[in-house]
Design a protein around this ligand. Sequence first.
Ligand code: ADP
Ligand code: MG
Length: 237
Amino acid sequence: MDTALNLVNVTLEYPDGDGTLKALDRVSLALGAGEFLALVGPSGSGKSSLLAVAAALIRPTSGVVTVDGQEATGLRDAGLTALRREKVGIIFQQPNLLPSLTAVDQLILADHLRGKPLAAARRRAAELLEMVGLAPVRNKRPHQLSGGQRQRVNVARALMGRPAVLLVDEPTAALDHERSGEIVRLLREVTDEFSVATVMVTHDTEFVPLTDAVATMRDGRISARQPSGSAPARASS
Ligand code: ADP
Ligand code: MG
C-alpha cells in the first residue's frame, strides 16, 4: 500500500524553564491511503503535537516526516506551506468558519486561496456539500447552522484541496452524542471515498470501532497501533 503519511523517529522539544520538554519522543507512524487511525491518550501526551508536525505546521526537532511521498522535514517555510496547502486537510474541534460567508463560499474561498479557478471550485464545493448532506443549507451562514452542520462544513472545506492526509483533532468535543457519531461516520465515509489517510484524535473510545486502527500516546511516546476491532480487515502498511 502507498504510505500517505510517514513519521520516522520524530522528536519535538519545547523549551521548558532551564531545560526542554519532549512533546514527541521518537514517534514512528505509517498510514496508508484510505486508512483511518484513531489516536487516543491522556491530555498533554502529545496528540496535538503529532498532528501539528504531520500537518507541516511545525518542524520537529529531529526525525523525518513524509506526506504523500514528499519529505516535509528539510523544506523551507514556503515549501512547507505549499505542502500543507496541497496535501493536508486539517479539522480542529472548533470549525473556525468565517461568520459572514455562506457554507458554499467557505469552501470556494479555500480553493481561491490555493489559486484554483472559480468554476472548478464551485463544482467541487457543490459536490462536497452534497456528500456531507448540506446541499439544502449551502447558502446559510454559520450562525444559521447547527453545531453539527458547522462541523460538516469544516469537513467539506478540509477536502476541497483533495488532500492525501486528513488530520482531525477532537472533532466531536463540542457536539452531543448523536452529532458526534454522525461526524465520525462521515469521516469514515470520506476516508473511503477519497482514499485519504485520516488521523483522528479522540476521547470518545465509543467511536473507535469505526476506525481501522488505534494508537495510544503517553508522555510523547506512541504505542504500536492495534486493529480497532470491528472494521473490515485492510492491508497494513
Ligand atoms: P495533547 O494534545 O495530547 O493534549 P499536546 O501535544 O497539546 O498534548 O502537548 C504535549 C506536551 O507539549 C504538553 O506537555 C504541553 O504542555 C506541551 N506543549 C504543547 N504545545 C506547546 C508549546 N507551544 N510550547 C510549549 N509546550 C507546549
Ligand atoms: Mg490536544
